[in-house]
Design a protein around this ligand. Structure first.
Ligand code: NAD
Length: 502
């Protein structure tokens, strides 16, 4: 099989999907095994959007070798120059935003307004974190001893392995890669196999922005083999992974054996609490967006509504009506409200939870079926689904479904609501709707989650603010925000003595 370089082929069309190599040591090349896999459109799974290398451990090894070789020169590059490259990449993303959003919709299905937002996150964070190259990177502090100065410096770690999921195909690779590079690390990026195209576009843009050969390397293929190779190689100083809690636990165990730094952003089971004084119109709109947007496949998606029993029925009826009103279809159609799941395999996985919910005694109010009529045939579509009368201990109220399924859980009062909200193993995002300031302030403290929203849904990160979860939603790190570069660097404390010469 011959591979082509992404820069010398025309943009992807349904008729002529491009074949991408791995990007290692400054060149696009076929994998050692010389086998490819198809990146398909979940709205029409027979449509191949692009082809990628089904790489092996040998390719990861080559990528790590390239990254290790490039590290000394990149480490020596002044941080402001590293930041300039990220800024240029952000401006290139801005110029190509519409094209990249269309490719992303074809690759993973979410509607075009959402994929424009995904690219926008990359742009905004790129502009923000580029400036970190010019800001002070440490502290200068007095010493307890005369004629001594103490200061801290930030040092890069070395080779960083970045492993990303498919639900934010460009934003997440960008929000990890940009700060890792500004901090002076070299990178091996392994994207999810459902969405390698958006990540390849980001690599292409960083190359165009001036990144030297070997500083960023890109390898596609199965997470199990490639991931394990990357995670256990002694030349890799840090792993940054966003994905499921199950994979995160496995990666943490492997990293733990070598005491390798590992930053994990994992699953969620996010709740919106609605008090009886909450604004129901706003709450219904927020849950419809946060529960069914991205077809329920955001890590911060609302999958539970914990609601005061006095307003539970009225809310459920209105949410079900909003679900039925959603137009389901190809995300490239600007009228589409909800696209497909990421692949056909996910349809079965989501439907299994509908069956579990029914067996557990929850009441299926709307949805609960795969959709395949008319233009939906051949796609991974699932109806937006609402369960009522859910109890907090049910599996559909505890486990991450990662699909358009919202469980409505009635409760008697605020304390019950907080208990239910905090009852899962996850702690990513949680919201409360109330008009009572005292209740809102109490909730800010009582909710155990990394992200808390008052009178808004559970989704919506801002790149200049930290992002991450508590409990099994992560391992205590935060991404984005001013600390993003710190996550990818090491502090060195320096003591300088300058007593008079005797
Ligand atoms: P996943 O865990 O299946 O895969 C994530 C990445 O890990 C992929 O690139 C995959 O190839 C790779 N991988 C798989 N097995 C591996 C292994 N043994 N070693 C190393 N890497 C391996 O997750 P997904 O299905 O791509 O994404 C959905 C999950 O991601 C959900 O649980 C969601 O909540 C979570 N997520 C979390 C956040 C967050 O910031 N907390 C953001 C987005 C998604």
């Amino acid at each position: 099989m011959a591979t082509t370089t992404p820069t010398d082929t025309t943009p992807t069309t349904a008729e002529a999907p491009r074949t991408f190599g791995n990007y290692i040591a400054g060149e696009w090349r076929p994998s050692a095994a010389d086998v490819t896999f198809d990146d398909t459109n979940p709205a029409r799974e027979r449509e191949v959007v692009a082809r990628f290398q089904r790489s092996t451990a040998a390719d990861v090894d080559a990528a790590i070798t390239a990254a290790a070789a490039a590290f000394p020169a990149w480490r020596a590059t002044p941080p402001p120059q590293r930041g300039e490259i990220i800024l240029r990449a952000a401006l290139l993303l801005e110029r190509r935003q519409a094209e990249l959003a269309r490719l992303m919709t074809r690759e993973m299905g979410k509607p075009i307004k959402e994929t424009l937002g995904d690219v926008q996150t990359g742009i905004d964070f790129g502009k923000f974190v580029a400036g970190e190259g010019r800001r002070a990177e440490g502290d200068t502090v007095p010493s307890a001893i005369p004629d001594k100065l103490c200061l801290t410096l930030r040092q890069p770690l070395g080779v960083v392995g970045i492993i990303t999921p498919w639900n934010f195909p460009l934003a997440i690779p960008a929000w990890k890669t940009f700060p890792a590079l500004v901090a002076g690390n070299t990178v091996v990026l392994k994207p999810a196999s459902d969405t390698p195209l958006s990540a390849a576009m980001l690599v292409e843009i960083l190359i165009e922005a001036g990144l030297p050969a070997g500083v960023l390397n890109f390898v596609t293929g199965p997470g199990g083999t490639l991931g394990d190779t990357l995670v256990t190689d002694p030349r890799v100083a840090m792993i940054s992974l966003t994905g499921s809690t199950e994979v995160g636990r496995h990666v943490a165990e492997l990293c733990g054996r070598d005491l390798r730094r590992c930053s994990l952003e994992l699953g969620g089971k996010n709740a919106v609490i609605v008090m009886d004084d909450g604004n129901l119109d706003e709450a219904v709109a927020a849950v419809a967006w946060a529960g069914f947007g991205t077809t329920g496949q955001r890590c911060t998606a609302t999958s539970r509504v914990i609601i005061h029993e006095r307003v539970a029925d009225a809310f459920t009826e209105r949410l079900a009506a909003a679900a039925r009103d959603l137009r389901i279809g190809d995300g490239l159609d600007p009228e589409t409200g909800m696209g497909p799941l990421v692949n056909r395999g996910r349809v079965g996985a989501v439907h299994a939870y509908t069956e579990i919910g029914e067996r557990e005694g929850a009441r299926l109010v709307t949805g609960g079926t795969p959709l395949s009529d008319g233009e939906l045939a051949g796609g991974a579509f699932y109806a937006p689904t609402v369960f009522a009368g859910v109890r907090s201990e049910m599996r559909i109220a505890q486990e991450e479904i990662f699909g358009p399924v919202v469980s409505v859980i009635p409760v008697a009062d605020y304390d019950d609501a907080i208990r239910a909200a905090n009852s899962t193993v996850y702690g990513l995002s949680c919201a409360i709707f109330t008009e009572n300031a005292r209740t809102a302030f109490r909730a800010m403290h009582d909710i155990n989650a990394g992200l808390v929203y008052i009178n808004a849904g559970t989704t919506g990160a801002e790149p200049h603010l930290p992002f991450g979860g508590t409990k099994q939603s992560g391992n205590g790190h935060r991404e984005l925000g001013r600390k993003a570069v710190e996550e990818f660097s090491e502090i060195k404390t320096v003591f300088v003595s300058y007593p008079p010469v005797k």
